[in-house]
Design a protein around this ligand. Structure first.
Ligand code: ASP
Ligand code: MG
Length: 450
């Protein structure tokens, strides 16, 4: 259908000035029209968790004072948005919500029991309050997300009932959008079939946005945050890092796995799966660069981004018995499994296998068990660099550029991910900054194109 989802995170609605900026952005999209999905203001959710925990510990005073601090912040925001006075309906609703929250906190303190179910009820107030204020400010209908976001009863991590969402969205949200109205709703929260409040887990608002977008079949899901989209590299390491124009879902997943600060791809999967582009935009620089995440790449760049993880340890396992021996790898990995150590990169040769593990893996135990059937060498203080790009494999000369750029930096292990969009290199940890800068210059600033 016509329409977009615009999701704003906690920092985008942290105070009255931020909310005004959001209102401007929403107004300029009125013709599309938007479903506005909001997070709680600033660090409200953390405050709610802290108050709940204080109540559980029997510290009612601290719980109530925490709640009062949140109340003051919300009232200040409302007052600043309505200099002529908070509309009485809004003021009454805010008071009602805080009255309800206080009752729940008192109940938790009396029983000294905080079940996941009670925690969700408490956590839901953040989004319920931010949307109450914002919807009133822009004078738009507020749809309670709990009417649409049906989940199971895994409190704290409600699993959306995907098949039910389109019907519920069609009933409660679509008619308003069809009339051309801008609609406001909450991220993060949902409800069970019995109407019990649930949450999708911390940071769940992106997931809400993607789920609402997919259920409605909108044209675009916009994730508004405080960074200019997804960057080509960590800007603290490479100041020349740029905003990535086009990112595929698989590329985003690779980057996230390497700890790149992107929204977690799993959260936007519902939208990407049905072919809805997801964009990551900067609330404070709405006309600046942004990133589009789509199923297929339209970019002809070979390398999209660089990421790094470390320190890691490289273990090289040599065994002449490996030759012609089926079951060797099974035996090898069984040792890692027994110690609960996950193996990251792997490169195999005829009589040896090299692999990386986290720096805190129980090295001594691993080595002593592996030594029973193989020779093991461990090298610590190494880092993995991931060179990520959907077209790396098809682009002639890209490997030469990558290895050429590294110059005198020793590459100790190379692994091409099974999905062929991640070329990983292991280098000594102290060289990683220089390696990333060289690579960024050679394959991103001077783009290598297919
Ligand atoms: N307010 C929730 C949290 O802080 C959800 C979100 O912001 O995405 O976890
Ligand atoms: Mg957030």
């Amino acid at each position: 259908m016509n329409g977009i989802v615009m999701k704003f995170g906690g920092s985008s609605v942290a105070n009255a000035a931020c909310m005004r900026q959001v209102a401007t952005l929403v107004a300029s999209a009125a013709h599309r029209p938007p479903l506005v999905v909001l997070s709680a203001m600033g660090k409200t959710t953390n405050g709610l968790f802290a108050a709940a925990q204080a109540a559980e510990n029997g510290n009612l005073e601290s719980a109530i004072s925490g709640m009062n601090a949140l109340k003051a912040a919300h009232l200040t925001t409302a007052r600043e948005l309505f200099p002529e006075g908070i509309p009485s309906a809004l003021e009454a609703s805010l008071n009602d919500r805080f009255g309800e929250l206080e009752l729940i906190l008192r109940g938790v303190a009396l029983l000294r029991e905080l079940s996941p179910r009670s925690m969700d009820a408490i956590a839901s107030f953040g989004e319920r309050l931010s949307t109450l204020i914002f919807a009133s400010f822009i004078n738009a209908p507020l749809v309670d997300a709990r009417k649409v976001m049906r989940t199971d009863d895994t409190f704290g991590e409600g699993q959306p009932r995907f098949v039910l969402l389109p019907e519920l969205a069609a009933e409660h949200i679509a008619p308003l959008l069809t009339l051309g109205r801008t609609v406001v709703t909450q991220g993060y929260i949902g409800a069970t079939e019995d109407g019990l409040t649930t949450t999708l887990g911390r940071g769940g608002s992106d997931y809400s946005a993607a789920l609402f977008g997919a259920a409605l079949g909108v044209e675009e899901v916009q994730i508004w945050t405080d960074v200019q989209g997804v960057l080509t590299c960590d800007p603290r390491i490479v100041p020349e890092a740029q905003s990535i124009d086009q990112l595929t879902f698989a590329e985003a997943a690779e980057l996230a796995a390497f700890g790149a600060k992107v929204l977690h791809p799993a959260t936007i999967q519902p939208a990407v799966e049905v072919g809805i582009p997801v964009t990551v935009r900067d609330t404070q620089h709405p006309d600046g660069q942004f990133t589009t995440i789509a199923p297929d790449t339209r970019s002809d760049r070979a390398v999209t981004a660089l990421a790094t993880r470390g320190p890691v340890t490289v273990l090289t396992v040599n065994s002449t018995r490996m030759l012609n021996h089926s079951g060797f790898l099974a035996k090898l990995f069984e040792v890692f499994r027994r110690h609960g150590v996950s193996v990251d990169l792997i490169a195999t040769a005829e009589v040896s296998v090299s692999l990386t593990v986290e720096a805190d893996a129980p090295l001594e135990a691993l080595i002593s068990e592996l030594s029973v059937f193989a020779k093991v060498v461990a090298v610590q203080d190494r880092a993995i660099i991931a060179v990520v790009g959907e077209r790396i494999k098809q682009t002639p000369g890209v490997a030469a550029r990558i290895f050429g750029a590294m110059g005198d930096i020793n590459i100790e292990l190379i692994s091409m991910g099974a999905n062929e969009i991640n070329l990983s290199l292991v280098v000594p940890q102290p060289t990683v900054v220089e390696a990333l800068r060289r690579l960024h210059r050679a394959v991103i600033e001077e783009a290598v194109c297919a």
